[in-house]
Design a protein around this ligand. Sequence first.
Ligand code: GDP
Ligand code: MG
Length: 162
Amino acid sequence: MTPVVALVGRPNVGKSTLFNRLTRSRDALVADFPGLTRDRKYGQAKVGEMEFIVVDTGGIDGSEEGIELKMAEQSLLAIEEADVVLFLVDARAGVTPGDIVIAHHLRRQQKKVFLVANKTDGIDADSVVGDFYELGLGDIYQIAAAHGRGVHSLLEQALTPY
Ligand code: GDP
Ligand code: MG
């Protein structure tokens, strides 16, 4: 079975940028993959030799009322059908209340979650990403989705058992 990787996180952290990079040069949006519903955006991804399905989500704004409902409606479904969850945060913004809410939900899932600090280009990332340990999701993977930095290495870690 082709593994399914879900991209979750607040709006504007770079989920769609990563989605586009992972699916670049594959025009195939996945329309007819068994078991996947269509109200989230699916793409067929290839990174090096690794092939997988990637799911983009609209983003969760943790400051909203009804966050749990939003999670349930969109991202929880994506998370549920995923083998691996990439939880994106913005290295430049630091930890936000929305990140904390999302992390809380993810910690309760029985899913493999990778905490991904995006937008690490042009900043001293090592000195800022340490703050994200407070989200309680373990290691922090540094990437710059817009440039591709760190993406191959992240996916190698995330897809190792598949
Ligand atoms: P989404 O709402 O999570 O899907 O975020 P988008 O992919 O739409 O990106 C939001 C903004 O962040 C856009 O202006 C992107 O160009 C920018 N962005 C995404 N990835 C990077 C990155 O690696 N570095 C920088 N500097 N900006 C990025
Ligand atoms: Mg988006």
